[in-house]
Design a protein around this ligand. Structure first.
Ligand code: NAD
Length: 248
């Protein structure tokens, strides 16, 4: 049990097959109390019912400052000051540069990058007062090597932005006892990726991965657990790739 007496906020954790949901499950297994923030009320309520009494649902749109601030203040009032924030909510669009309209660009930036900024900003005063905390930004292999099939250039830019944000916060808040890191998943089987490929495309992707398999949400959740727990207490400003060796 790595997270006894631990309170975690995980955004975008309502999707039943998603990375956020797997992270919430693993944190609960390790003793944490988890606040799940998601804009999808129906999925959120179903998820929290399934996850049990230590999972608490907060309807929240991470692109809306008032919604984020309200959710974080409610979490603090009800559960106490969180120890960990996982900025996981994200959307992607499989579009090339010439297809991306201004509204597409803004939407992808808003959920992935501005959402992480808003959640970090709302929580930081509480973490600073508590003198401890861990923030994990869910970036992507797309930040490091271009979008591939699922993410357009705007997605790559947003996920790179999350790395810049992570490094700045890590440096600025390290002396306050707050660690900030990122996880960069490769191809993980979730609703973002499900059903969008032919079997031939899927095989091609598997064969391009040195470990010859796509990732599972649990592969990513385990890294979030490491970054939330004391196992990583001297780690800040880092990106951990979870991609079966795609950078080799
Ligand atoms: P998913 O679609 O299963 O889950 C995303 C969740 O975010 C959903 O529950 C959705 O309701 C929520 N969400 C979307 N917009 C929101 C908003 N404005 N406010 C609050 N919640 C919102 O996706 P996933 O594959 O589990 O992805 C999770 C994260 O991992 C994302 O940030 C994604 O970019 C990143 N990622 C995924 C992969 C992959 O291969 N699946 C690879 C690299 C990075």
């Amino acid at each position: 049990m790595l997270l006894n007496d631990h309170i975690a906020v995980i955004t975008g954790a309502a999707s039943p097959r998603g990375i956020g949901r797997a992270t919430a499950e693993l944190f609960l297994e390790h003793g944490a109390t988890v606040a799940v923030l998601d804009r999808d009320r129906e999925a959120l309520e179903a998820t929290c019912r399934e996850l049990g009494e230590r999972a608490h649902a907060y309807v929240c749109d991470v692109t809306d400052w008032e919604s984020v601030q309200g959710a974080i203040e409610s979490v603090v009032a009800r559960l106490g000051v969180p120890h960990t924030l996982v900025n996981n909510a994200g959307i992607t669009q499989p579009k090339g540069l010439l297809e991306i309209e201004e509204g597409d660009f803004d939407a992808v930036m808003a959920v992935n990058l501005k959402g992480a900024f808003f959640c970090s900003k709302a929580l930081m005063p509480h973490l600073t007062r508590a003198g401890r905390g861990s923030i994990v930004n869910m970036s992507s292999v797309s930040a490091e090597r271009g979008g591939g099939i699922f993410g357009g250039p705007h997605y790559s830019a947003a996920k790179s932005g999350m790395l810049g944000l992570m490094r700045a916060l890590a440096r600025n808040h390290a002396a306050d006892g707050i660690r900030v890191n990122a996880v960069a998943p490769g191809f993980i089987e979730t609703d973002i990726t499900a059903g969008k490929l032919t079997e031939a495309q899927h095989r091609q992707i598997r064969e391009s991965i040195p470990m010859q398999r796509t990732g599972r949400p649990l592969d990513v959740a385990r890294i979030c657990l490491f970054l939330a727990s004391e196992l990583s207490e001297y780690v800040t400003g880092e990106v951990i790739d979870v991609n079966g060796g795609m950078h080799i």
